[in-house]
Design a protein around this ligand. Sequence first.
Ligand SMILES: [Zn+2]
Length: 242
Amino acid sequence: MGIIKALKCRECNKEYSPTFIYICEECFGPLDVIYKLANNITKQTFENRSDLTYWRYFEILPVEHKKNIVSLNGSITPLQKADNLGNRLGGLRNLYIKNDSVNPTFSFKDRPAGVAVSKAKEMNLPAVGCASTGNLASATAAHASKAQLPCYVFAPFDLEHVKIAQALSYGAKFIAVEGTYDDANRLASVIGDSNGYGIVNINMRPYYVEGSKTLAFEVLEQLNWTVPDVLVIPVGSGAMLN
Ligand SMILES: [Zn+2]
């Protein structure tokens, strides 16, 4: 039963049942989701699907029941061939740009935030939140609003308000932290753990990072399952490297 086999420590390989846990109790290593991949899944399984959201990859996303999916119905984002830029960079004939700015809240964070909020709903958590200075706050708040869950955004108190205006417009509550972004992260972690809140980029991280990989699956499909020679990836979010 279920899609997830276990959560597995990346450092010592200890396995845990897939519950509300995010760090190895033995070595404090990060935990990865291990799936019970059905042998009959092939690339054709996905390319023939009518679902154009990233939930088309449901079997390899960490939500057990489709009824728990919290989706804003963002579609597969465009893979734009950038011939002019390729020429300017010195004759790159097959340069593509993945345009994730057309996601529902205008950034790639809709992928991990949507998966994490869905998992929070599946685990019956009372609230969600994040430590963020912008895009992640908007993505988490929008999905929380859809799921009708309270959302708390932790950020330094002197953050320019325009950066979280979008998140507030979805109904999130701003927790202004006197300190740096690292301080906001720490406070979010403590409050999340003590109240059982799903802080998507901290205590929901094993599930959260799984959403980011859907960008790579889309690129593969859009290139007719050809693996690109080189990927250029922003690493403000380390999850993109997963
Ligand atoms: Zn470990």
